[in-house]
Design a protein around this ligand. Structure first.
Ligand code: SF4
Length: 189
């Protein structure tokens, strides 16, 4: 087992036992992450959906299918990707997590990213995109910009759930994913 996998296992056990915010009361399962433990590309969402909560996995159901489709269109190597969210328990009625909930969960996010140590993080949606940036602007303003988080390049884009509601944004997300993947490939040169 590689070192990243070991660290993630330990961290996941801490997440499963966590009761640091009220989200633990309504969760079915904690939703930690899935994919290659030492992936070069991380895709970061906001919080588990209803289906994620039931399955204990991020980006499942229709949203997950849309994300898979977007990654295929962008020629991303799916075997070299790790999927995760900012908070690990589903907010009731799929509401946006509060600032306090995000803050309570943040140490898991920071350690999880450190364990994986990717080349690029694609942040999907406003909450995820604001988490890794000093800039708390709107997603519309953040999308298309590039940031660095602890030496890792960050590419903000729209969440696949939003793409399902606004299919005209699909092209932009594919463009962002392509650029993110090209950045990963450049790291091999
Ligand atoms: Fe703990 Fe995060 Fe779940 Fe809140 S959302 S209970 S901080 S794991």
């Amino acid at each position: 087992m590689n070192r990243a996998k070991k660290k993630l296992r330990t961290l996941n056990a801490s997440v499963r036992a966590c009761t640091a915010c009220e989200l633990h009361e309504s969760r079915t399962y904690t939703v930690f992450g899935r994919g290659r433990s030492n992936a070069d590309l991380v895709i970061l969402g906001e919080a588990p959906s209803t289906q994620d909560d039931v399955q204990g996995k991020p980006f499942v159901g229709r949203v997950g299918q849309e994300l898979e489709h977007l990654m295929r269109l962008a020629d991303v190597d799916r075997e070299n990707v790790y999927l995760m969210n900012v908070v690990k328990c589903r907010p009731p009625s799929n509401r946006t997590p509060t600032a306090d909930e995000v803050l309570n969960c943040r140490h898991f996010l920071v350690k999880q990213i450190a364990a994986i140590s990717p080349v690029v993080i694609v942040t999907t949606g406003r909450v995820a995109s604001q988490q890794l940036n000093e800039n708390f602007g709107s997603l519309g303003a953040l999308r298309g910009q590039r940031f660095a988080y602890r030496g890792i390049d960050v590419y903000p884009t729209y969440h696949p759930a939003y793409v399902l509601r606004a299919p005209d944004k699909r092209e932009l997300v594919v463009k962002d994913l392509k650029q993110a993947w090209r950045r990963v490939e450049r790291s091999y040169e």
